[in-house]
Design a protein around this ligand. Structure first.
Ligand SMILES: CC(C)(COP(=O)(O)OP(=O)(O)OC[C@H]1O[C@@H](n2cnc3c(N)ncnc32)[C@H](O)[C@@H]1OP(=O)(O)O)[C@@H](O)C(=O)NCCC(=O)NCCS
Length: 166
C-alpha cells in the first residue's frame, strides 16, 4: 500500500535498526505498552519464517507488525500462557507485537499492516493477546473485526485473546 509518502510492506534486514528503535521506545519499563522486548537475533528468526510488516516514511520505520510460528517463541512465558488458554487450529500463527510510533497513531496504520499480513497469509488463523487495560489496542483490533475468544491472567494482569482468519 502507498499512502503519499508512507509505504507498507514486508521488512528486510535493512529495517531492523528502525524496528529495534521503535520497540525500545515503547517498552513497559519506560511507560510504553509493549511487554515483549525481542532481541535482534530473535526478530531475524521470526522474520525468516513469517512476514514482519513495517510502515516506512521515507527510510524511517514508523510502525511494525511482527508475526511468528508457534514454535519460535515457545520459550516466551506469556506466549505459552496464551496458547495454553487458546491453542487455535493446527496451522495457526501468533500475531504481534504491533506498534505504531506515537505521532502516527490513529491514522489507520495498524489496520493497514494487518491487511497486508492477511494478504500474505490467506486462510490461516492468527492468534494474539492484548492486555485488558490497553483500551486503544482493544478498540483498534475489534475494529479490524477480530473476535475475542478467551482471556487469561499472567503475572496478575488480565489479557484478552483474539483470533481471526486471513
Ligand atoms: C494499538 C496501536 C498499535 C493502534 O495503532 P493505530 O495505527 O493507532 O490504530 P488504527 O489507526 O489502525 O486504529 C484505529 C482505531 O483504533 C481505535 N483507537 C486507536 N487509538 C485509540 C485510542 N488512543 N483510544 C481509543 N481507541 C483508539 C479506534 O477505534 C480507532 O478507530 P477510529 O479512529 O475510527 O475511532 C497503537 O496505538 C500503538 O502502537 N500503541 C502502543 C503499542 C501497543 O499498545 N501495541 C499493541 C499491544 S497489544
Amino acid at each position: 500500500m502507498k499512502n503519499s509518502e508512507v509505504n507498507i510492506g514486508r521488512a528486510t534486514e535493512a529495517d531492523l535498526d528502525g524496528i529495534m528503535e521503535l520497540q525500545a521506545e515503547n517498552q513497559h519499563a519506560i511507560g510504553g505498552m509493549l511487554s515483549a522486548n525481542f532481541s535482534r537475533a530473535r526478530i531475524i528468526e521470526m522474520m525468516n519464517e513469517m512476514p514482519l510488516i513495517v510502515a516506512r516514511h521515507g527510510d524511517h520505520i514508523i510502525a511494525f507488525l511482527m508475526s511468528s510460528t508457534r514454535n519460535v517463541n515457545e520459550d516466551v512465558p506469556i506466549i505459552r500462557a496464551m496458547l495454553n488458554a487458546y491453542p487455535g487450529t493446527a496451522s495457526a500463527y501468533v500475531y504481534g507485537p504491533t506498534c505504531v510510533s506515537s505521532e502516527e497513531r490513529g491514522k489507520g496504520l495498524a489496520q493497514a499492516m494487518y491487511r497486508e499480513l492477511r494478504r500474505l497469509e490467506p486462510g490461516r488463523e492468527g492468534i494474539l493477546f492484548i492486555q485488558r487495560s490497553n483500551q486503544a489496542s482493544l478498540r483498534a483490533h475489534e475494529k479490524m473485526g477480530m473476535c475475542e475468544v478467551t482471556s487469561f491472567v499472567f503475572n496478575g494482569n488480565e489479557y484478552a485473546v483474539f483470533s481471526y482468519f486471513g
